[in-house]
Design a binder for this molecule. Structure first.
Ligand SMILES: [Fe+2]
Length: 175
C-alpha cells in the first residue's frame, strides 16, 4: 500500500531521507512510485513529491512509466505532472512497459515493451529538463537480447537527439 499523501507523511518520509543522507554522507534520490489507491489523501501526488523533495533537499529519481501509469489510474495529465517536477533535482531516470488491465487501469509490471505514449513522455522530459541517465526496466517476459537492446538503443537515440538541447538548458540554469 502507498504512503498517504498527507502533511504528516511528508515530514515522516523527509526525516528518513535526511537521516539516510546523513549516514551515507551524500544526497540520495527519491523515485516517483506507482500506486493503486490514495488512502486518506490530503494533497495531490505532485504536491506530496515536491514537498518531500523540498523538505529533505534530496534528488529526484524520475520514472517516466510510473508517471504515465499513475496519470491513467488517477486521472491526471501526465505532461503537466512531469513539468511540475523540479528538473534541477533529477539524478536518474527509469522507463518501462506496463500491463493493460483495463482502459482505466494500468499495472506497473515491467513485463512488456515500452509503449509509444511513454516514449513520447520521455521525449518531453528530455526536451524540458535536458538529458539524464536512463535505465530500461524489464523484470519478466524478457524478449531475445537483440529485441531488448533495440529499446536501449531507442533511449540512446532520444538522448543523442536532445543532447544539444541539454547543453542549452544547463546554460540557461546557470544564468
Ligand atoms: Fe522505476
Amino acid at each position: 500500500m502507498p504512503i498517504p499523501f498527507t502533511e504528516e507523511a511528508v515530514h515522516y518520509v523527509a526525516k528518513r531521507i535526511m537521516r539516510t543522507q546523513d549516514i551515507i554522507g551524500q544526497r540520495m534520490a527519491m523515485e516517483n512510485a506507482s500506486y493503486y489507491a490514495a488512502v486518506g489523501q490530503e494533497m495531490s501526488e505532485i504536491e506530496f513529491i515536491n514537498a518531500v523533495l523540498d523538505e529533505a533537499d534530496c534528488l529526484l529519481h524520475i520514472d517516466i512509466n510510473n508517471i504515465y501509469v499513475n496519470s491513467i489510474n488517477h486521472c491526471y495529465e501526465a505532461e503537466a505532472f512531469l513539468k511540475a517536477l523540479p528538473g534541477e533535482r533529477i539524478a536518474y531516470g527509469h522507463i518501462a512497459g506496463h500491463y493493460v488491465e483495463a482502459e482505466d487501469l494500468r499495472v506497473d509490471t515491467h513485463g512488456a515493451d515500452v509503449i509509444d505514449p511513454v516514449w513520447q513522455l520521455l521525449d518531453v522530459a528530455y526536451a524540458h529538463f535536458g538529458v539524464f541517465p536512463t535505465l530500461l526496466e524489464r523484470d519478466f517476459n524478457i524478449p531475445p537480447l537483440p529485441t531488448l537492446l533495440e529499446e536501449v538503443e531507442t533511449i540512446q537515440q532520444y538522448q543523442a537527439r536532445h543532447e544539444s538541447n541539454d547543453v542549452a538548458v544547463k546554460q540557461q540554469q546557470q544564468n
